[in-house]
Design a protein around this ligand. Structure first.
Ligand SMILES: Nc1ncnc2c1ncn2[C@@H]1O[C@H](COP(=O)(O)OP(=O)(O)OP(=O)(O)O)[C@@H](O)[C@H]1O
Length: 359
C-alpha cells in the first residue's frame, strides 16, 4: 500500500504541530520517523491511524482517500511503547483478539483463526509462550505478542510508535533484527517512530528527520551523515563542532583550517559555519596554526584530544589510537576535516543559534 501525504497541517490550541507535511511511503517500505521529542512524529502517526484529524491536507492510501474513512475502516495495525495486552487472556487469545471480535459476517471461522494465530506464533518465535498470560512474560516478549496482535488482522499499514522504547539496550538490538526479519516476511508497509538514530538506521529503508513539525530531510544514514540538509540535521547527526568560517567560492576558510578535502558547495560567499564531527578531523603539524593541543586522553581504542583556539575556544578531536600519528601537547596543528557540512550564516537556523565549539 503506497501512502501519499500532501500539505498536512495540524495545530493544538493555535500551536502548529505539523506545518505542511509532504511524504510518500512506498508499498512494502519500512520507514522511520526520527526526531527530537515534540517534533510531531506521534501526531503524524495518529493522523495516519485515524485517531487524530488534520486541519488541512491529503492522506491517500492505495488510491483511497483515508480522511473519509474511520479508524476501523482503515484496518491499521498499531503498536505503542506500552502496549496494553489483556491481562486475563493468554498470548494465543490476545493475538486472536482482533479477529474474534469482528462482526459475525466478517469473522473467520474458529479453525481459520487458530491457524492464523499458529502461523504468527511461529513467525514471531513465541510458540512456547502461547498459553501464558501477559504477567508471565518479559517486556520484550510482550512487545512480540503486541506485534502479533497487530499483524493478526492482516493490516493494510503497520504503525509502530517507539515499540521498544521501554526495553533495555541489548533487548532492543535483538528485537530490531527480529522486526526487520518479520518485515521482510510480511512485506507490510510500515512506519516506525523513534528518537534513537541507531535504531532508525538499522531498521529502516529510509529515514525521515522531523524537527518542529516539518520534514527536514529524507534519506539513508549515509545521506544524512555526509550531506545534512540544514544545521539542525547536522547537529542532530552528531556534528558537535561548529567552526565560524568565511565562505569563498563554495569553500570554507579560516585560520588553521585546511578544508581542501571537503567538496565545493553552492553556499554563497560571506560568513558561514562549518559543522564537523570529532572523529573526522585529521591534525597536521603547523607552527603557523592557532590551534594548540591542550589535552590528550587515551581510552585504549581512541585518543580523545582537545585543541584550544585563539579566542579560548575548544574543539574535541577523536583519533583511533593505533593508527593516529604522534601528537604532542602544546604543539599547534592545522585541522583537516574529511567530512563536514558548510552553511552560510543566512541559512535557516545557523545565525540564530550560539556558536558552540565543544561537545
Ligand atoms: N492532544 C493534544 N493536545 C495538545 N497538544 C498536543 C496534543 N498531542 C500532542 N500535542 C503537542 O504537540 C507537539 C508534538 O507532539 P508529538 O507527540 O506529535 O511529538 P513527538 O515528536 O512524537 O514527541 P515524543 O518523541 O516526545 O513522543 C508537542 O508539543 C505536544 O505537546
Amino acid at each position: 500500500m503506497t501512502i501519499t501525504i500532501k500539505g498536512l497541517t495540524k495545530s493544538f490550541d493555535d500551536t502548529p504541530v505539523l506545518r505542511g507535511i509532504d511524504l510518500t511511503v512506498r508499498d512494502g517500505e519500512l520507514l522511520a520517523l526520527l526526531g527530537p521529542s515534540g517534533s510531531g512524529k506521534t501526531t503524524l502517526l495518529r493522523i495516519i491511524a485515524g485517531l487524530e484529524w488534520p486541519d488541512a491536507g491529503q492522506l491517500v492510501v492505495a488510491g483511497e482517500d483515508w480522511l473519509a474513512l474511520s479508524a476501523q475502516q482503515r484496518r491499521i495495525g498499531f503498536v505503542f511503547q506500552h502496549y496494553a495486552l489483556f491481562p486475563h487472556m493468554t498470548v494465543r487469545d490476545n493475538i486472536a483478539f482482533g479477529l474474534s471480535v469482528r462482526p459475525r459476517a466478517a469473522r473467520p471461522g474458529n479453525a481459520e483463526i487458530a491457524q492464523t494465530v499458529d502461523e504468527l506464533l511461529n513467525l514471531l518465535q513465541i510458540e512456547h509462550l502461547a498459553d501464558r498470560h501477559p504477567a508471565q512474560l518479559s517486556g520484550g516478549q510482550r512487545q512480540r505478542v503486541a506485534l502479533g496482535r497487530a499483524l493478526a488482522i492482516r493490516p493494510s499499514v503497520l504503525l509502530l510508535d517507539e515499540p521498544f522504547g521501554a526495553l533495555d539496550a541489548a533487548i532492543r538490538r535483538d528485537l530490531r533484527r527480529w522486526l526487520r526479519e518479520v518485515h521482510e516476511k510480511t512485506g507490510s508497509t510500515t512506519i516506525f517512530v523513534t528518537h534513537d538514530q541507531e535504531e532508525a538506521f538499522e531498521l529502516a529503508d529510509r529515514v525521515v528527520v522531523m524537527g518542529d513539525g516539518e520534514i527536514l530531510q529524507i534519506g539513508t544514514a549515509d545521506d544524512l551523515y555526509d550531506a545534512p540538509a540544514c544545521p539542525f540535521v547536522a547537529r542532530f547527526m552528531g556534528a558537535v563542532v561548529e567552526l565560524p568560517v568565511n565562505i569563498s567560492d563554495g569553500r570554507a576558510t579560516a585560520r588553521g583550517l585546511d578544508a581542501s578535502a571537503l567538496p565545493v558547495t553552492s553556499a554563497p560567499d560571506g560568513p558561514g559555519r562549518l559543522f564537523l564531527r570529532p572523529d573526522s578531523i585529521a591534525l597536521i603539524p603547523d607552527p603557523a596554526s592557532p590551534w594548540q593541543l591542550s589535552r590528550k586522553i587515551s581510552t585504549g581504542a581512541d585518543l580523545r584530544l582537545t585543541l584550544l583556539g585563539p579566542e579560548g575556544q575548544e574543539i574535541p578531536v577523536d583519533l583511533p589510537r593505533r593508527s593516529a600519528p604522534p601528537v604532542e601537547i602544546s604543539q599547534t596543528y592545522r585541522l583537516r576535516p574529511s567530512v563536514g557540512a558548510l552553511f552560510s550564516d543566512d541559512a535557516a537556523g545557523a545565525a540564530a543559534t550560539p556558536i558552540r565549539l565543544s561537545a
